[in-house]
Ligand binder design. Structure first.
Ligand SMILES: Nc1ncnc2c1ncn2[C@@H]1O[C@H](COP(=O)(O)OP(=O)(O)O)[C@@H](O)[C@H]1O
Ligand SMILES: [Mg+2]
Length: 160
């Protein structure tokens, strides 16, 4: 990869996570795969909720633990929200429908990618969330050319 981009933010509260997600949504385009790592309660679903708000979704964003995939058909793009927390083997992963939707015409956000390590097709952007006492540390890394292009747009606006 030519130009990996990486940046870390400290986000003070849930609202900051939501607005970060809304801002991030402007830079997403069909086909991007974004993984979200961080322990339970880190803010992976909250961030996804912010992204969906930014994409114009006004309904409730559920945690997709059951089922593993929630699909959103939005005006600008399809959005697939996966949560692999309860994936224990490759068959369960195949049944989740990820193969049909990954890297295709939608944007994919994946919670617990660690559970599917070695089975996931290429990832473009990796987000790691660390719990600090009352806040969160977000680190975003581009993992492909497409991911770098996406984050470079942020850089140009001075947000990275
Ligand atoms: N930047 C932040 N600082 C402090 N608390 C946060 C922040 N972002 C989200 N939270 C809180 O952390 C929790 C995250 O829950 P959730 O998004 O369901 O986590 P996950 O999907 O990673 O298990 C929520 O209670 C939310 O209010
Ligand atoms: Mg979650």
């Amino acid at each position: 990869m030519l130009n990996p981009v990486s940046h870390t933010w400290i986000l003070q509260n849930e609202d900051a996570t939501l607005s970060w997600g809304r801002r991030f949504s402007d830079f997403l385009y069909p086909g991007l795969v974004v993984t979200l790592e961080g322990e339970l309660g880190a803010g992976k679903t909250t961030l996804t909720r912010g992204v969906l708000q930014g994409l114009g979704y006004t309904g409730r964003v559920k945690s997709p633990t059951y089922p593993i995939l929630e699909t959103y058909s939005l005006s600008r793009l399809y959005f697939y929200h996966f949560d692999f927390y309860r994936i224990y083997d490759k068959n369960e992963l195949e049944d989740s429908g990820f193969r049909e939707n990954f890297g295709g015409s939608g944007v994919c956000f994946v919670e617990w990618p660690e559970k599917a390590e070695g089975w996931l097709p290429s990832v473009d952007i990796g987000i790691k969330i660390k719990i600090l006492a009352e806040k969160r540390e977000f680190t975003v890394v581009s993992l492909s050319e497409a991911g770098s292009l996406c984050l470079e747009k942020w850089q140009k606006l001075g947000w990275l």
